[in-house]
Structure formats: structure tokens, C-alpha cells
Ligand binder design. Structure first.
Ligand SMILES: Cc1cc2nc3c(=O)[nH]c(=O)nc-3n(C[C@H](O)[C@H](O)[C@H](O)COP(=O)(O)O)c2cc1C
Length: 175
């Protein structure tokens, strides 16, 4: 298997991390992956908030009623925001930036997981958009897509295996 295929197969969602911090260079490499990801018409209708303060990571872990708890253990997170006034493809652009960061992290030997934010709510019924505005000062025009949490892996996750791949999802020539 070549290096790239291996990277794709070994990236699994990691929700348990060690306490080891990332270096500034590792964080920058992850953010660079987002900033060079492809966007519709090269509009770059995204913004990223890099977070490594433990108290803020803890607060991000409470952004949703469920599904965000793992962020409390992450040592680094990137909040991915789209600007719908700039592009109608903000969901796509932000999604690609997020997965590129995840693959970059994998290439650095780090784990990551996507925490969804768009259209989601916290335990108190507050929208994630409102929550992030209050916590991080996100201006009104931006919509949160997700938060990607990163850290050193602290959980065994097996790579995807070829014999478990759902080839029935692929339709040759026509559906
Ligand atoms: C759009 C999207 C939203 C997701 N939201 C969450 C989430 O809120 N919390 C979480 O722990 N994982 C989340 N995940 C991770 C998925 O649960 C995970 O990718 C899926 O179970 C497949 O596992 P794998 O990433 O190990 O291949 C999300 C993934 C995607 C692509």
C-alpha cells in the first residue's frame, strides 16, 4: 500500500488523548492544511479559531448536549467557521478544510475527531452558534460548521481493512 492510501485507511476518529501538548510547528502544520485546502471559486469563505487553552477546550466540550465531550481531553482544537455571505459553498469548503486538517494530523502521527456544530444545540437549548459567539466572540456573519479536536492518540483504533469496505455502494456506469 502506498503512503497516501495508508494514511486514508489509518485515520480513525480519536476521542481519547494523552496530556502531551502539540508543538507550535505541529499546530501550524495543521492550520496550514486548512488554509491550502480547495474552495469553490477559490473564495476561501472560511475562518479558523485555534484553541489550546485547557479552560476553553473544556468549555468547547460543553457546546453540545452530546458528541462534544471528547474536546475536554484534546490539547488543541480548531473551530471551523464559514461565511455564507461570501460563498454558498461554505459547508463544502469548511468540510474539506476540516478533513484535510484531520489527514494532516494523521500524517504527523496525531489523532483527531470532528465535533459537529452546524444546526446543533447545547443541553440548555442554546444553539452552538450562540454558544461560540459568547465564548469566542465570533461575529454574527459566521456560521460554525465543526470543531476538530487534536492530540496524541490514547486509544487503539484499527485501520480500515479492505475486506470490510462496502463496494456495493459503488455503481458501475449507472445506479
Ligand atoms: C459530518 C460529521 C460529523 C461528526 N460529528 C461528530 C460529533 O459530533 N462527535 C463525535 O464524536 N464524532 C463525530 N464525527 C465522527 C464520526 O462519528 C466518525 O467519523 C464515524 O463514526 C466514522 O469513524 P472513523 O472516523 O473512525 O472512520 C463526525 C463525523 C462527520 C464526518
Amino acid at each position: 500500500m502506498d503512503k497516501f492510501s495508508n494514511l486514508i485507511a489509518t485515520r480513525r476518529s480519536m476521542r481519547k488523548f494523552t496530556t502531551e501538548k502539540l508543538t507550535e510547528e505541529q499546530k501550524r502544520t495543521i492550520l496550514r492544511a486548512a488554509l491550502i485546502s480547495p474552495t469553490a471559486k477559490n473564495n476561501r469563505g472560511w475562518e479558523f479559531i485555534a484553541v489550546d487553552d485547557p479552560a476553553t477546550l473544556e468549555a468547547l466540550s460543553k457546546s453540545r448536549e452530546m458528541g462534544s465531550g471528547f474536546l475536554a481531553e484534546a490539547v488543541f482544537a480548531v473551530v471551523v467557521l464559514g461565511d455564507p455571505s461570501k460563498t454558498d459553498c461554505w459547508v463544502e469548503d469548511c468540510s474539506i478544510a476540516a478533513i484535510d486538517m484531520q489527514l494532516q494530523a494523521e500524517d504527523l502521527g496525531l489523532g483527531s475527531c470532528w465535533c459537529h456544530q452546524r444546526g446543533r444545540f447545547g443541553a440548555d437549548g442554546k444553539s452552538t452558534k450562540q454558544y461560540l459567539t459568547e465564548l469566542l466572540g465570533v461575529p454574527e456573519q459566521y456560521e460554525p460548521l465543526c470543531i476538530v479536536g487534536f492530540g496524541y492518540k490514547n486509544m487503539d483504533r484499527k485501520p480500515y481493512e479492505d475486506d470490510k469496505i462496502e463496494w456495493t455502494k459503488v455503481h458501475q456506469g449507472k445506479f
